[in-house]
Every structure is written in structure tokens, then in C-alpha cells.
Write a new protein. Structure first.
Lengths: 329, 337, 503
């Protein structure tokens, strides 16, 4: 049988090229409008906040890939920060040593696993639709955090907590390195392992997946745990950067942004590109910082940013409609 | 017939409301008073109106989260506009202008969804972000407490008041009538018009609905229009009741309204739902809130409780399915052939 | 009585340069039952879509009730009395029977309001016309497939259909229900309503048709009184060549070999009970029975999807517990499901990925990454061995035709080297040519030592491929027959009878 490789992946790459094109356009647009934009300082300031959204976007993406969604990612990040923060304040409030970092990261990861397992249980074993399950767990996780902190922000951490965000090995901000590292891991996991393969198959057709011997429940559990762990890592970065842990950080907006990034990056059930997510995160950050600088001095410029996100998303939808042919909904 | 009622989701919700009320009442007898009823009803007014609008979208098979932004846009926008014109009259003009704005915003979403065949949730995501940004950048970003003279007394216009041993005097605000009227209208739309049946049809099987000749696009436009108008209506009502207008109105509460509609028996995948059920869903959430207050759960833990209740509630249909799978084996294979 | 109600004249239709229909003419008389037969891709679906106005012909005319159309629209077609019953019956699962029956009429009348009393009255009337009683306020989602079909037919009648077109209507029906449907069709005939019956199942065609029309490659190759056509002739015209369906070529399983599978008093509460049989290497064992006989549940129990709760299963002599699909796979049991689209394939994924999905865990290297090269090799090998017609393994599975898709599902399971393979209705919706080659494949697999359980409704298929047959009814087995000991007619009777047939 003739099996020449016809490369039907062309369409997939088109999306990546489109996104890259948009990114370049935006860089030029803002760069030309404001000399300071492409200067080192603004780039590095972007590089510090971008990783949080980036990692959260990956956390969202993998759940969308199996045909679901995870609305609790932000709540998980916050809860991880709050719990590890409270622990540090209780048991090592004066310490400056690496144990603090170990506690911060260790506890956060543990929270990520536990919250992920709860989601995985509800969605995979009980059979609740993920949009409802993560809606509920979002409330639960935030609720635990609010209950423990009485709604207050946790502050007063030892200095060393901030080091994760402020360290710059080789001149590159640590958070950014973490983001890149995680992106690479996600790429390998999703693209080259059986786990990633099964994820894609499950997302494409859960019934056939079951009948093909894939343990759906296990895959769902693993995906949500992975999502929870990613969210908790984002929580660590946020905690380190802001030197605080708050249940109100980000809230709905951050979740929406990650969904927006996912849509822009073309993530659907059974299909998702880590590379697209990576580029899209940059696009959003460029728009954010760029418009902030452009409108510096104009009151409420961050609101204009939101306005722009919404319009941009609609435009991308419409472009998709025309380039991918009339989609039959 | 009775069997059908008992099997319906609305009945389940109703049962839970009754049970919950009993439990609360036993723990804290102050609950069983007209004052509580009035209080619950009043808290339900605004959410119900929005929920009735959202119900249509959910029956049609979609989920929208931007309706809260419609409410904010319509109420805050109208207010700032009228304020700048030095308006000092009554509430009617507010409602009129707000509903037009709401209608426009709703139709905009509807047009984008139908013209480009886009998923409702995704578009609503974009719209919500857009509108809140729009409001705060182009209109204003601070709360405003200056009410026109004609609206000042609104919040205390009661339909009926009673003496209550615990609170002194309790009143049922007349805006509950809005809920009644709007509820009846939406119910009639759903049950007695071809358009309404079309909403159910769309949600049940969109392909077949198209094939049968339903005007899907037209129906969706009407649904979005209604969503916009009702959200605007709710936004203005809330603002008058709480005596201030804010640009971030309902920003974190879209999920509460969705939860109410779902708790009321509507199916996430569409094709199922009722006005009565939705109203009960709203009441149920109010009861849960009150249950926590009255049983002494301190404020900071309330969110967790709501989350747990929600988790329990959404697990019910899933668990029911699991049980059904086993129950279908309850009938023994017959002996003779 | 012999009025011409529909005439299609010299219609041609091409899609992207490929001719789906080439100068085809057709007539349908009033009150006639016309069977439209042809393989996938023969043009019969296109013809139906043209008659119902969904497609416009590139050339030719359509004349209904004397009105001539060049560009028929669906609404015009419906107004002329053409009603198509699709495979999903065009019903709303979340609405009541009554509402479903009346909904088209409600829409076409342009009424804005719904009068429920009228709705129920009209629905009642419709059901009476075909002597069917189904509760009017039942939700369609609660009805069986057969009942839904009857509702669809009633709907068509209420819409004052003069021609009802049924596309593969018997796919999900049991023998008994098929007989009921045929009764209804004959009722329609008595009322002067014509039926165009599209089907693959030639034995049904011979039973119900007044006239048979055969399509091949976009052309009409046969148009005759059904009385004069037998199955062999029909097959000849459908495929263009003789099909060797010689029954006597079945390989005999080795009687001395130890059984691959022994099932003893297997039961699942509410589904089946006291099922016992043995499967030897090289044997094809057919399991058949009416819907509700428990045969699918039996298969799923052996595959671990709905595990049995009593009895024993022995694989190659060892007693095993099968409580999950993973357990079944560990015992090298494979299952090719009934609905390949829903249960068997990942349409958007590549053909290769569809093949290796079952064995993906074996395709990894030392650090647990997938070996792309090895995967490609395996999938190419199976594409070749099962003759899946495709230019590339990288194309999505949805690009394949029905018969090739079925081969793909088989490839997936064969790639895992099962010892016992359960096939559930493997040739449903597959054209005659592919069907024969799949049967040959089944026989080949058996001759290589595999044990095959074939669940099927298709009596000729059972007769052609199975060494032995188990009949089930209402959850119990009531007969195990060697193929030599039973004829097609007897089998047919068995399926429909209400009494035990003793041999």
C-alpha cells in the first residue's frame, strides 16, 4: 500500500503562523509608537508577569483537550499560595533559608495534586460535567482559603519568598525560565508520550476511547491532577512576585484570560498546541504592556486593555470563520 | 400524570427546598416567619429576572456569561447619561433607556453568534470582557450614589408590610410583581408560542430543528434580545434597590445565576428547563445562604458551604445515572420462554 | 390506481468533477413500493436528496404530481408530498410524541401560537391511521428505536405525504419489528401512498418490494418488477460481478483442541441468565436473537464493559474474572462494536493513530516516549493487510468510506493480536462488495486459530460465516445449532416465532 506522507498537519501550522504574524505585527506597532517599548526593562517586566498567565493557560488547555474545562485553576493557585503562606508564617516566620522555599513549593504542589484529584474524581469517576464540577470546586477552594484567612490577604513573608520571582539566572528572570521549562515538559508529555496520545484520543471520542482499551477515568484523573499542579506552580510564582497570598487575586478575569488564550491558540477537544499557547501568551502580554505604555497617563488604561481583549477575540473568531470555511455549528 | 411530576427535576428541587426549610426552621424557629419569606423573595427578585432571560439561552443549548455585563452597561450607562443631562424625574425613563441599551447589547451578541456560527459561550466570554472594559474606560469607573429625585423612594415601596416579632416590620417590595409578570410572560412564550417550542427544539436536536424548518437564527436573535432586556431591567432594579449605580455590577455573580438555572432543573446541554424550576433554583440558593447564617456558620466559611452544596447538587444527576444503570438490572430475567 | 406520481428525467449531478448521477431516469407509481438498491457511492443517496430538494440536479427534471421542477427546494418537495425519513427519524428527544408528530405542520402553517388541544387531537388521529398505540405525552427519548420509527412514519402521514422515502429503515430493528414495519408500509400502499425503500438488505427487498431499482456507479442498471429478481441477480447487478458466496468453504475448527473460551451459567441480572457455551480455536460462533435477547449484553459482559454477576468464564482453561475492559484485554479478548462511528473510530485523528490506539502502550522506548517510526511501520502493515483503501495513513479516518472504516476498526483490534474476537454487527451499513471481503477476512482469521464470536442480525451473514449458531431470546439461550443442521428459513422463523422450535 502506498503511504506517502501527505502532511495534513498543514492546517495546524497555519494557526501557528497566523499567531506568530500577529505577534510580530504587534511588536512593530507598539515598538514604533513608543521607543521605550522594546527596551530591556519593559521586556523584562513583561517577562515576569507573563509566566503566571502562561502556566495557567497550559493548565486550562489540557482540560479543554479532553473535552472539558477547568474553571478552578485560579482558585487552586490562590489556595496553594494561601496554605503554603500560612504554613510558613506559622512554622518558620523568621527563617531565611532554603527550607522556606521548599515549604512554599512543596506544599503548593501537594495542594495542586489534591485539588486536581478532587476535580478528577468528580469529572472522571462520578461523571459530573467538568464545567459544573470545576465551577463548584472553584467555590470550594476559594471558600477554604477565605475561611482560613477570614478574607484577608496573607502578608509578612520572609524575604526569601520573593527570591523565586526576583532571581535572574543568566539575566533571565526565574519565572520566565520556569515557564519555558514547563512548556517544554508539557510539549513532550502531550506530543510524545502515551499519556498525551490517550489524552488526544479521549478528547476526540470518549466512547471509542473506552472501547479501545483506554482507561478514560484514569486519563481524566491524570489530566486534572496535572492541571492542578500547573495551577499551583502559577500560585507559587504569584506569591513570590507579590509577596502575598490572596483569595481575591485574579479571580474570574484570570480564568477568562486563559480561556481566551486557549481559543486564540486553537485549542479544541482532541487537539492542542503548546507552541500556539506560548505565542498567544506573548501576544496578550505585548498588547497589555504596549497599550499600557501607549495610554500611560490616560486614566483607566487597564480597562481599555480589557476592552481590547474582547474585541480582539471576536475579530479572531471572525477571521477563523472565513479562513476555515463556513463552520457548521 | 402524577408520575411525571414526581420524576421531574423541578420536583426534586422543590423537595429539597421543603426539606431545607424544615431543617432550618427546626434549628432556628425565627426562620418560620413572614419576614423571612419576604426577605428571601426580595433577595430573589433581581437574580430571578436575569435567570429567566438566561433560561432561554440554556434551553436553546448554549451558556452565556456576559449577561451581567449587559446589566452593568445598561444601568450604569443610562444613569451616567441621564445624570449628565440633569435628569430628576422618575424611574420610567431609566427603565426605558436601559432596556433599549440592553436590547442592543444582546442583539449585538446574537448577531455575531448567528452570522458567524460561533459558540455562544465563547462569544459571551469576549463580550463580557469587552463590555466591562468599555464601561470603565469610556463611561466611568466609580460608583455613583446620586439618584434622581423621582427614584429616591423606590427602594422602600412595599406591596405589603407585616409586623414581625423579631424584626419589627417587614415588607414585601413591590418589584416582586416584576418577577411575577416577567415569569408568566416567559413561561407563556416557552409553552404557547411556536418560537418558544423552537427554543426547546433547538436545544433538543439542532440538526433536526433546522431540517424541520425552524428559523434558528431568528430564534437566537430573539433569545439574545430578551436576555439583554431582562438583564438591563434587573440591573436598573437592583441599582434603585441598593441606591447606587456601579460600573462593575454583578461582575462576579454570573455563576450564581447559572447555578440557579441549573439547580432549577434545566439541562446544561439544552432542551430542558422551566420558569417555575428556575425560580425555585433561585429560592434554593437564597435558602442555602440563609441556612448558613441562621445555623451560625460564620461569614468567612459561607463560600465554602455554597461550594459544597453546589458540588453535591451537580453530582445528583450523575449519581442518579450510576444508580439507574444498576436499577435496570433489578428486574429478573423471566423463567419461561 | 396506476397513476404516475413521481418522474425523474435524465438527472445528472456531479460533485467536484465526480459524477454521482449520470443521466438517471426513474418513475414511481401511486401506491407503489419501490426499493432502491445499490452500494455505497452508487448514487442512491444523491438521488434521494435530489427528490427531496436538498440537492439541485445539474441537468434533468423532476416531475411530481404533474408539476415540473428544475430546481426543487425542500419546501416545495414537502408541499408536493415527499417526506423523507432519515436515520435519526428527525425527532426531538426532549419533546413529547404528540408535539413531534405535529411540529412540521405547525411550522408550515406559519402559526405563531400553539394550541395544545388541537395538537393532541391531531396526534391521536395520526397514530390511529396506522393502528399504532404509543402514549402521546411520552418523551421521545424514552421510546425504543422501533417506536420512534413508527412515529416518524406517522409524522409523514400527518404531513399528507404521497411519497415516503425511508433510508435504511431496518438497521436497528429486530426481525419482529421489521415485520411490523412491513405491515405499516403495506397499509400505506392500501391508502395510495407510495414508498421508496432504500436498503442494503436484499432479503428484505425481495420480501417487500413491488419494483426494484438498482444503481451502480451513478447509473441505473436495473428497473424491474421485484417478482422477477432474486438475490443473486441483484448482487450481480449491484457489484457488476458474481460474488462467490459458496457456503461450503467454511474451515472446520479443530475438534480436539482445548476450547479458547468456556462460559458456564453466565448471568447478569435483568439481562441474561444461564448462558453456557464453548468456543474453540478456529471456530466462528454466531450469536443471534431479537433485540432485548441479551446478546449485546452478553458480548459486553465478556468484554468487561458491563460485567456479569454470576457464572464462570474460562479462557484457555483458566478461570478468569472480567470486571473491566482492561481485564478482558489482558485475556486477549477484543471487541469490535456495533456503531463504528460512535464507538469504534476517532474520525478526526489519522488512520495510523486509529490503528495503534489499542497497542499504544507497547509502542514506547526506554524513556517512555512514543517511537514514531515503529508506529508508522505497524500501521502501514495493517493498512496493507486489511486492504484499507487510502493514499496515506496520515489522512483523517473520516476520509474513508464505510467499508474501509469498518476495516480500520478491525485493524485496530487485530493489531493487538487477540485470541478471542467478538464482532458486533460488523457489516451494518457496508456495501455488498466490502461485506463479502469482510466475511472472507473473518473466515481467514478463524482459520489462523482465532476464536470468533459473531453477533449479528443478518441471517445470510450468519449462514455464510459461522460454524455454529446460538440463538438467544429474552436473556436465555434456547438453541445451539451446527450450521449444517439449520436452514435460512428455519432461522428466520426462529427469530420471529413466539414458541420454541425444536430440531
Amino acid at each position: 500500500m502506498n503511504t506517502t506522507n501527505l502532511k495534513p498537519k498543514v492546517r495546524f501550522e497555519m494557526q501557528t503562523l497566523l499567531l506568530a504574524g500577529i505577534l510580530v505585527f504587534l511588536l512593530l506597532f507598539f515598538g514604533l509608537n513608543d521607543q521605550g517599548f522594546l527596551a530591556g526593562r519593559s521586556i523584562s517586566s513583561m517577562a515576569i508577569q507573563l509566566p503566571e498567565i502562561g502556566i495557567l493557560s497550559l493548565a486550562m488547555m489540557i482540560t479543554v483537550m479532553i473535552g472539558g474545562i477547568n474553571l478552578s485553576i485560579n482558585a487552586t493557585a490562590n489556595l496553594a499560595a494561601v496554605l503554603s503562606g500560612l504554613f510558613i508564617l506559622r512554622f518558620m516566620p523568621e527563617s531565611q533559608g532554603p527550607m522556606v522555599i521548599v515549604a512554599m513549593v512543596g506544599i503548593s504542589l501537594l495542594i495542586g495534586v489534591i485539588t486536581g484529584a478532587i476535580n478528577g474524581f468528580l469529572v472522571g469517576y462520578v461523571g459530573v460535567p467538568s464545567i459544573l464540577a470545576t465551577l463548584a470546586t472553584m467555590s470550594i477552594f476559594t471558600g477554604i482559603g477565605v475561611g482560613l484567612t477570614k478574607g484577608q490577604t496573607v502578608t509578612g513573608f520572609p524575604e526569601v519568598v520573593g527570591s523565586v520571582a526576583s532571581l535572574s539566572p543568566l539575566g533571565i528572570p526565574m519565572p520566565f525560565l520556569v515557564f519555558v521549562g514547563i512548556t517544554v515538559i508539557a510539549y513532550i508529555l502531550l506530543g510524545r508520550t502515551t499519556f498525551g496520545f490517550k489524552t488526544r484520543m479521549l478528547g476526540t471520542n470518549p466512547v471509542a476511547s473506552k472501547f479501545s482499551g483506554i482507561n478514560n477515568k484514569a486519563v481524566i484523573m491524570q489530566i486534572f491532577i496535572f492541571s492542578g499542579v500547573l495551577s499551583s506552580i502559577a500560585g507559587v510564582l504569584i506569591m513570590s512576585r507579590t509577596m502575598s497570598a490572596s483569595n481575591a487575586y485574579g479571580t474570574a478575569t484570570y480564568v477568562m484570560l486563559t480561556i481566551l488564550i486557549g481559543v486564540l491558540a486553537g485549542v479544541v477537544s482532541g487537539k492542542g498546541s503548546v507552541l500556539n499557547i506560548f505565542i498567544t501568551v506573548f501576544i496578550l502580554q505585548v498588547i497589555s504592556t504596549g497599550s499600557h505604555m501607549l495610554l500611560a497617563g490616560v486614566r483607566g488604561s487597564s480597562f481599555f486593555k480589557d476592552f481590547a481583549w474582547g474585541v480582539l477575540l471576536i475579530i479572531i473568531f471572525i477571521i477563523n470563520y472565513f479562513t476555515h470555511g463556513r463552520r457548521k455549528e | 400524570m402524577l408520575k411525571k411530576i414526581v420524576k421531574s427535576s423541578e420536583f426534586v428541587t422543590f423537595t429539597i427546598i421543603v426539606l431545607l426549610s424544615l431543617i432550618i426552621g427546626i434549628i432556628n424557629p425565627a426562620f418560620f416567619s413572614l419576614a423571612t419569606v419576604f426577605d428571601v423573595l426580595r433577595a430573589s427578585i433581581v437574580v430571578s429576572i436575569m435567570a429567566f432571560g438566561l433560561l432561554l439561552v440554556i434551553i436553546a443549548g448554549g451558556i452565556d456569561i456576559s449577561f451581567v455585563a449587559f446589566a452593568a452597561l445598561a444601568s450604569y450607562g443610562t444613569h451616567m447619561f441621564l445624570l449628565s443631562r440633569g435628569y430628576n424625574g422618575g424611574i420610567f425613563l431609566y427603565y426605558a433607556i436601559a432596556c433599549v441599551i440592553g436590547l442592543g447589547a444582546g442583539l449585538l451578541s446574537g448577531l455575531i453568534v448567528t452570522r458567524f456560527n460561533l459558540p455562544i459561550f465563547d462569544v459571551s466570554l469576549a463580550m463580557m470582557t469587552m463590555w466591562y472594559g468599555f464601561i470603565r474606560f469610556f463611561i466611568g469607573s466609580t460608583k455613583n450614589f446620586k439618584l434622581p429625585e423621582g427614584a429616591v423612594g423606590y427602594y422602600s415601596r412595599f406591596l405589603v408590610t407585616v409586623r414581625d416579632p423579631f424584626v419589627g416590620e417587614a415588607g414585601l417590595h413591590f418589584s416582586i410583581l416584576y418577577v411575577l409578570i416577567i415569569g408568566v410572560l416567559i413561561h407563556c412564550l416557552l409553552k404557547y408560542t411556536t418560537l418558544g417550542r423552537g427554543i426547546y427544539a433547538m436545544g433538543g436536536n439542532r440538526e433536526v430543528a433546522i431540517r424541520s424548518g425552524f428559523n434558528i437564527k431568528g430564534t437566537l436573535l430573539v433569545v439574545f434580545g430578551i436576555l439583554g432586556v431582562l438583564s438591563a431591567f434587573a440591573g436598573v432594579t437592583h441599582s434603585f434597590l441598593s441606591r447606587h449605580f456601579e460600573p462593575t455590577l454583578f461582575m462576579t455573580q454570573n455563576l450564581d445565576v447559572i447555578a440557579a438555572v441549573i439547580l432549577g432543573g434545566a439541562s446544561v446541554t439544552g432542551g430542558k428547563g422551566s420558569v417555575l424550576g428556575t425560580f425555585m433554583g433561585v429560592i434554593l440558593i437564597q435558602l442555602i445562604n440563609r441556612a448558613m447564617v441562621l445555623t451560625g456558620i460564620t461569614v468567612e466559611w459561607q463560600q465554602l458551604m455554597i461550594g459544597l452544596v453546589l458540588a453535591f447538587f451537580i453530582s445528583i444527576p450523575a449519581i442518579r445515572d450510576l444508580i439507574n444503570k444498576r436499577a435496570s438490572r433489578a428486574v429478573e430475567v423471566p423463567e419461561e420462554i | 390506481m396506476t397513476n404516475e406520481i413521481l418522474r425523474v428525467e435524465n438527472v445528472s449531478k456531479a460533485f467536484a468533477g465526480v459524477k454521482a448521477l449520470d443521466q438517471v431516469s426513474l418513475t414511481v407509481q401511486e401506491g407503489e413500493i419501490l426499493c432502491l438498491v445499490g452500494e455505497n457511492g452508487s448514487g442512491k443517496s444523491t438521488m434521494i436528496k435530489i427528490i427531496s430538494g436538498v440537492y439541485h440536479p445539474d441537468q434533468g427534471d423532476i416531475i411530481i404530481n404533474g408539476h415540473s421542477y428544475k430546481q426543487l427546494t425542500p419546501i416545495e418537495s414537502m408541499r408536493e408530498g415527499v417526506q423523507v425519513i432519515y436515520q435519526d427519524f428527525s425527532l426531538f428527544p426532549n419533546l413529547s410524541v404528540a408535539e413531534n408528530l405535529v411540529i412540521n405542520e405547525q411550522l408550515s402553517s406559519g402559526r405563531r401560537l400553539v394550541n395544545w388541544k388541537e395538537t393532541y387531537k391531531t396526534a391521536e388521529r395520526g397514530l390511529e391511521e396506522i393502528h399504532v398505540s404509543i402514549p402521546l405525552d411520552a418523551m421521545v427519548s424514552e421510546l425504543s428505536t422501533a417506536d420512534r420509527q413508527l412515529i416518524a412514519v406517522t409524522k409523514a402521514i400527518l404531513a399528507e405525504a404521497r411519497i415516503i422515502i425511508m433510508d435504511e429503515p431496518t438497521t436497528a430493528l429486530t426481525q419482529k419489528e421489521i415485520q411490523s414495519l412491513f405491515e405499516v408500509i403495506n397499509n400505506l400502499k392500501a391508502k395510495g401512498i407510495s414508498t421508496i425503500f432504500v436498503s442494503h438488505k436484499l432479503n428484505e427487498v425481495t420480501e417487500i418490494a413491488d419494483r426494484t431499482v438498482i444503481f451502480r456507479n451513478g447509473r441505473k442498471v436495473m428497473d424491474q418488477d421485484a417478482k422477477n429478481l432474486d438475490i443473486k441477480t441483484m448482487e450481480f447487478y449491484m457489484t457488476g460481478h458474481e460474488l462467490d458466496l459458496d457456503n461450503s468453504q467454511l474451515a472446520q475448527p479443530d475438534q480436539q483442541a482445548a476450547p479458547l473460551l468456556e462460559v458456564e451459567k453466565l448471568g447478569l441480572r435483568g439481562k441474561f441468565k444461564d448462558v453456557s457455551f464453548q468456543l474453540r480455536p478456529g471456530e466462528v460462533l454466531g450469536i443471534t436473537g431479537l433485540l432485548g435477547s441479551g446478546r449485546t449484553e452478553l458480548a459486553l459482559a465478556l468484554f468487561g464493559e458491563t460485567p456479569a454477576d454470576s457464572g464462570t468464564i474460562r479462557v484457555e482453561g483458566r478461570e478468569v474474572t472480567i470486571r473491566s475492559i482492561q481485564d478482558a484485554m489482558r485475556n486477549r479478548i477484543g471487541y469490535v462494536p456495533e456503531d463504528r462511528i460512535l464507538e469504534g473510530l476517532f474520525l478526526q485523528q489519522t488512520i495510523s493513530d486509529n490503528i495503534i490506539v489499542r497497542i499504544i502502550d507497547q509502542m514506547v522506548n526506554k524513556i517512555h516516549l512514543i517511537r514514531a517510526g515503529a508506529s508508522k511501520k505497524v500501521s502501514d502493515e495493517w493498512i496493507g493487510r486489511l486492504e484499507v483503501k487510502t493514499p496515506s495513513g496520515e489522512l483523517p479516518a473520516k476520509s474513508l468510506s464505510g467499508g474501509n472504516q469498518q476495516r480500520l476498526v478491525l485493524a485496530k483490534w487485530l493489531a493487538s493480536d487477540p485470541r478471542i474476537l467478538i464482532l458486533n454487527s460488523p457489516t451494518v451499513g457496508v456495501d455488498v462488495g466490502s461485506k463479502a471481503s469482510i466475511h472472507e477476512l473473518i473466515r481467514n482469521l478463524a482459520s489462523q486459530g482465532m476464536g470468533i464470536l459473531l453477533i449479528s442480525d443478518d441471517i445470510p451473514e450468519l449462514m455464510q460465516t459461522c460454524n455454529r449458531l446460538i440463538l438467544m431470546r429474552r436473556g436465555r439461550t434456547f438453541g445451539v445449532f451446527d450450521r449444517e443442521d439449520i436452514t435460512e428459513e428455519q432461522l428466520n422463523q426462529e427469530m420471529v416465532a413466539d414458541r420454541v422450535f425444536s430440531i
